[in-house]
Design a protein around this ligand. Structure first.
Ligand SMILES: Cc1cc2nc3c(=O)[nH]c(=O)nc-3n(C[C@H](O)[C@H](O)[C@H](O)COP(=O)(O)OP(=O)(O)OC[C@H]3O[C@@H](n4cnc5c(N)ncnc54)[C@H](O)[C@@H]3O)c2cc1C
Length: 471
């Protein structure tokens, strides 16, 4: 079967000349389609993506990345950059080109005094959480620990700590970047100011980030978890939530979701496989004040299930991991949202109560609080005035259900889009084309084009949510 598929691929051989020299210059591995390990290495998280690169360079250090970039440029090869491999549209891999695979550049160096952490470009967030929590610290990131640091950070980074600490990019202090011409540069407040601005939201457009330095916060234990309600309570819950989250203390975050309750512990049997709505909370204030913070919420809207309580930060960060192992079919749609009108809420509920599988869901992530205090033009990430990032994902383990989950997500999004703010968080989109990318950066787009023109005038790095250079 695999052989048949491989044969059906157009010839993807790169120029053989220089291949052995490349191999000899690497500390990491160079994989071709006939090599053992190639199939595992070309796979990404979303099983809807099935690409066959000609070469995969499994880099172990910056020198390997530089060698891979120079080889690809000299041989005119298509290039993709793979961090954690989680991207919705599979932008870490490409057909017939060269994949710069960073997944072996994995290290975390925490400086407990400075409260910073240097992270290898191929790390996942679980590794960062593990390293920082041991020292009583946390870096704002996403809600699934297997997600790559690289892609999530460069696209912005939304999660439980966004309201309190800002986006992941708001906590980035420095990046080491291999540019399209093979140079290694540092971007931070003092060096390469334009690149530094563009990296914070502009995705993988400007180069390969081999290491990130983040500011960490004194957070190790949260008071959090899901609260679930029956669907008939959804109108009341959503209307209450839309007001509450605007003025909630910043140490309290909660994203709204529609879900099907997973049929297993810790969920009680009577709720198994039931379509419900919920809020996943994360409170990072003083633990002794947690109960009092949640008391009015619990009294106002008695939940059908309340799993909110003290929890180590890495445990909350990886709570959804078992529900979302790699290798499932994923179809993504997204928007930013400013207001939740009564009319919109009705439509959210209509589609949210028809989830096509256990894993399919709709989330509304609040992005106010600290994220709003950074100006719209201070970083490339433009939607500082939005209240939520909405994501609709059709997810199913069975490829036979691909059309069902895709149709559901598309219909949901089509109905909701007129109520949205226009653009979407680039990390929640599949490949939707230039107009959607422009809409997501709004008036920051022009500046991104100028930076792209300076650092990557040939658009060498274009397997991403692409910002085209002017020329
Ligand atoms: C289950 C799941 C949960 C998620 N939850 C969240 C969430 O809570 N919050 C959130 O903000 N996002 C979330 N995301 C979205 C996530 O941010 C994107 O999928 C992101 O692209 C993943 O990064 P990656 O490194 O794993 O991706 P990859 O597929 O490896 O790469 C994606 C893109 O990022 C670029 N890239 C990656 N690493 C580098 C690097 N080191 N240097 C230069 N470019 C690089 C590449 O150009 C590529 O185009 C989630 C995704 C999944 C699948």
């Amino acid at each position: 079967m695999l052989e048949e598929k491989r044969k059906s691929q157009p010839d993807s051989s790169p120029p053989v000349a220089g291949l052995e020299t490349l191999r000899a210059s690497l500390r990491g591995e160079l994989l071709q389609p006939t090599d053992e390990g190639y199939d595992a290495a070309r796979k990404v998280y979303n099983a809807m993506i099935d690409r066959y690169p000609a070469l995969i360079v499994q880099c172990v250090d910056e020198a390997d990345v530089i060698a891979a970039v120079n080889f690809a440029r000299r041989n005119n090869l298509l290039v993709s950059i793979r961090g954690g491999g989680h991207n919705a549209g599979g932008l870490g891999v490409c057909d017939h080109g060269l994949v710069i695979d960073l997944s072996r550049i994995r290290y975390t160096h925490v400086d407990p005094e400075a409260r910073t952490v240097r992270v290898g470009g191929g790390c996942t967030w679980g590794e960062v959480d593990h390293a920082t929590c041991a020292l009583g610290l946390a870096v704002p990131s996403g809600i699934v620990s297997t997600t790559g640091v690289g892609g999530l950070t460069l696209g912005g980074g939304l999660g439980h700590l966004t309201r309190k600490c800002g986006l992941t990019v708001d906590n980035l202090l420095e990046a080491s970047v291999v540019l399209a011409d093979g140079r290694l540069v540092i971007a931070n407040e003092r060096h390469n100011a334009d690149l530094w601005w563009g990296l914070r939201g502009g995705g993988g457009n400007f180069g390969v980030v081999t290491s990130f330095v983040f500011k960490a916060h004194p957070i190790d234990t949260d008071y959090g978890g899901p609260m679930l309600w029956e669907l008939n309570q959804a109108p009341e819950v959503m209307k209450w939530y839309r007001e509450f989250i605007r003025q909630a203390p910043e140490e309290l975050s909660g994203f709204f979701l529609f879900l099907v309750v997973p049929p297993g512990p810790p969920f009680p049997e009577h709720l198994h496989s039931k379509n419900m709505c919920g809020i996943v909370w994360c409170y990072t204030g003083p633990l002794e004040k947690a109960e009092a913070t949640f008391k009015p919420i619990r009294e106002r809207l008695t939940p059908a299930l309340d799993l909110v309580g003290p929890i180590p930060h890495p445990a909350l960060q990886s709570m959804f991991d078992p529900l979302y192992p790699p290798g499932m079919q994923w179809y993504w749609k997204a928007d930013f949202v400013n207001e939740l009108s009564d009319e919109a809420i009705q439509l959210y509920i209509q589609h949210g109560s028809q989830l096509p599988s256990i894993q399919s869901t709709m989330h509304l992530y609040p992005i106010n609080g600290a994220a709003h205090r950074v100006g719209q033009h201070d970083t490339a990430w433009s939607y500082r005035d939005a209240t939520w990032a909405e994501v609709i994902v059709g997810v199913d383990p069975d490829p036979a259900n691909k059309d069902r989950i895709t149709d559901w997500a598309r219909k949901y999004w089509n109905d909701m889009h007129p109520y949205s703010a226009g653009g979407a968080y680039v990390n929640f989109m599949m490949e939707e084309g230039e107009d959607r990318v422009k809409a997501s950066y709004r008036d920051n787009y022009e500046r991104l084009v100028t930076i792209k023109q300076k650092y990557d005038p040939e658009n060498f790095f274009h397997v991403n949510q692409n910002i085209k250079p002017t020329v």
